[in-house]
Design a protein around this ligand. Structure first.
Ligand code: 5GP
Length: 181
């Protein structure tokens, strides 16, 4: 039976790179979320997201069409149930979503394996996120608060993996996924 894997972690921790490495292995597929936010430059329909209207999104909520959904920055984001169920027929499916969505996914799909990616060194991550020099103090404060919030939910995850070395972290994740029945 294929597995649903949910990967979260603070911004800047290297989640995307880890997910890409897993996808290269061939037995994983990436879930594509629906969102009501407009596409950014370079984003493609059906690859980055399914970009849909607020009306359509709300209709899908009514029809119980989401495994989980949330509201960020006045836009909806959600994991479409149908799409994930179809993908699960052939591969393990990875959801790369933030903590609230991850915990909701676990509620509607208890077999989901929740993995939080952690930085090897928090101080360094914070320094990196605050040191870009391009953002306002409010924005930086918000981002740091977000990191603390995400970390406070670490114990609700099945596993936490430190991204100290990419290949090591990917191997650990693969072993954890295999070991979880
Ligand atoms: P962005 O607009 O930058 O692509 O994403 C904004 C936030 O939405 C990120 O924190 C991202 O993890 C989250 N997100 C993306 N897809 C989903 C989803 O399907 N469900 C939930 N709950 N959050 C999502």
């Amino acid at each position: 039976m294929n597995k649903l894997i949910v990967i979260s972690g603070p911004s800047g921790v290297g989640k995307g790179t880890i997910v890409n490495e897993l996808l290269k292995k061939g037995d994983y597929a990436l879930s594509i979320s629906c969102t009501t936010r407009p596409p950014r430059r370079g984003e493609k329909e059906g690859i980055s997201y399914f970009f849909i209207s607020r009306e359509k999104f709300e209709a899908m909520i009514e029809e119980d069409g989401f495994l989980e959904y949330d509201n960020h920055f006045d836009n909806y984001y959600g994991t479409p149930k149908d799409f994930v169920q179809k993908q699960l027929q052939t591969k393990n499916v990875i959801l790369e979503i933030e903590v609230n969505g991850a915990l909701n996914a676990k509620r509607s799909y208890p077999e989901a394996i929740l993995i939080m990616i952690l930085p090897p060194n928090f101080e360094e991550l914070k320094a990196r996120l605050t040191g870009r020099g391009t953002e306002s103090p409010e924005k930086i404060e918000k981002r740091l608060g977000r990191i603390s919030y995400e970390l406070s939910l670490k114990d609700k995850y099945d596993f936490a993996v430190v991204n100290d070395d990419l290949q090591r972290a990917v191997a650990e994740i693969e072993n954890l996924i295999k070991s979880k029945q």
